[in-house]
Design a protein around this ligand. Structure first.
Ligand code: PRP
Ligand code: URA
Length: 209
């Protein structure tokens, strides 16, 4: 699928299976989400540009690689995005963070915004949006719309699960934004849930159902 990278690393797949299992506890779900996030972060940052700096090791001077450019931005789609955000920040602690508060209206499945806060200079930074679920893609499209409105030009979207119809909608709206996902599931049910999926990511993370 064009514009979609499936991260099929065995550790990611193993952890994802435990997360899908309805017997997995809230604490276990949160821990695994954070762990998988570090592995997804590794992939989504694979082609970051490097430059060199002069340093001295305890033994000699060295010209050593270092990341070039401004710090990147992780944009978390609340609530469930925060689970991925934690793991991303474990690997890139100096990153800036944007929060996009959205919930899905259960009847219309449209995304409703309730909060937005982002660094001012999005135009100069790579923005990595994190949200575990790409279902109808209404939330993801709305999040990217908002971030682009605020100047973001270079964006990537990271999730755990996507479905073909969500991918089609997202790529139709934002063909410039690559999707990184741990799996592409079968389809959406009549309530807009991913099948087989893992249930409601926010509820499973926070034990709210
Ligand atoms: C979930 C998930 C996504 C959205 C995906 O959030 O974290 O943001 O659903 O569905 P979509 O692709 O059909 O828009 P939810 O609206 O349940 O909010 P929550 O994270 O606060 O529980
Ligand atoms: N949001 C979720 O949390 N889970 C789904 O399956 C679909 C949307």
């Amino acid at each position: 699928m064009e514009g979609v990278k499936v991260i099929d690393h065995p550790l990611v797949q193993h952890k994802l299976t435990i997360m899908r299992n309805k017997e997995t506890s809230t604490a276990g779900f949160r821990r695994l989400l954070r762990e998988i996030a570090t592995l997804l972060c590794y992939e989504v940052t694979r082609n970051l540009e490097l430059t060199t700096v002069e340093i001295e090791t305890p033994l000699c001077p060295m010209t050593a690689p270092t990341l070039v450019g401004k710090k990147l931005v992780f944009a978390s789609v609340l609530r469930a995005g925060n689970g991925l955000l934690e793991g991303m920040l474990d690997l890139v602690p100096a990153a800036r963070v944007a929060h996009v508060g959205l919930y899905r209206d259960p009847k219309t499945l449209q995304a409703v915004e309730y909060y937005f806060k982002a660094p001012d200079d999005l135009a100069d930074r790579l923005t990595i949006i994190v949200d575990p679920m790409l279902a109808t893609a209404n939330s993801a499209v709305a999040a990217v719309d908002r971030l682009k409105e605020r100047g973001a030009k270079d964006l990537r979207f990271v999730c755990l699960l996507a479905v073909p119809e969500g991918i089609e909608r997202f790529r139709g709206a934002h063909p410039d934004v690559e999707i990184y996902t741990a799996a592409v599931d079968s389809h959406l049910n009549e309530k807009g849930y991913i099948i087989p999926g893992l249930g409601d990511a926010g509820d499973r993370m926070y034990g709210t159902k």
